[in-house]
Design a protein around this ligand. Sequence first.
Ligand code: AMP
Length: 317
Amino acid sequence: MARKSEQLIIVGSIAFDDLDMPSGEHRNVLGGAATYAALAASLLARGNVRVVGVVGTDFPEEILGDLRGRGIDTSGVERAAGRTFRWHGRYSSDLASRTTIDTQLNVFADFAPKVREEHCSTPFVLLGNIHPELQVRVVGQMRGPKLVAADTMNFWIEREPASLAKMLAKIDLLIINDEEARQLSGIHNLVRAAADIRKRGPKSLVIKRGEFGALLFDEEGAFFVPAYPLEDVHDPTGAGDSFAGGLMGYLASHGEASPIALRQSMFFAAALGSFCVEGIGPSRLLAIDRSDLAGRIAAFARLVNYGGSLFLPASHG
Ligand code: AMP
């Protein structure tokens, strides 16, 4: 039975990034967590994705127009006096680690996300990595959401533990990476770390492990998706946000967040993360369409399913 597609609202940064990659330097690349998440989600829930963010007077209207052309509602993107948020990152030669060279918050410093009255009943909510106090305030503006997911980062884990605890108590799904899960729980073993974090509020937890895939922990137990094996990785920026956007875009398009839907969404999340890293900035996400996505999902199925069943060989003797 086809389910009714529902709306998704994404709150987070919209940015210009300077990216120093081993292959070269790229300046003023469109970035921000909300941007990546919305582009990924729009491939699954076109026409049902809303963004809440802030840009400065330097942000070209054509970029917002391009997002709208992809079925993303940008009416929640505020234009404030000043410059757009800017981030400068430098990657190691193997792309495995990165250093923040500079963060200029600019208009993002005073960002107090306001959800438009007509968007307050959006059933699926993705809270990008912003101050946990602001994430709590967004949840407070929503009316009866079906699923609230959030991201966070080490900065907030270290500096705002009390606000973070409040936020965790209000969400259904936390999507973080392995390092953050260990830091948040103080536990190295990820299974134990997940149990500890789930006790603090989110009944479901996704732990992203980059090229080693991602784990979901919920009431049904643990579930794993691999990262799609790629020949060419150009830029990991935004992969985590594309993963989260893909996951939430799938659930919104499905209109439900059952354990099985969550497991299915993990493949779409991993597929969108894998596309993201194939280009500099969001270039690859901007270039693909639903048939590319369908192709990668089919390739994923071939990756984990050889077409038979697995059984223990009969013992002889
Ligand atoms: P990711 O690679 O998934 O961590 O996402 C990278 C994106 O996050 C970049 O496009 C940046 O513009 C954005 N970003 C970097 N630092 C911050 C921050 N402190 N708050 C919000 N967004 C950020």
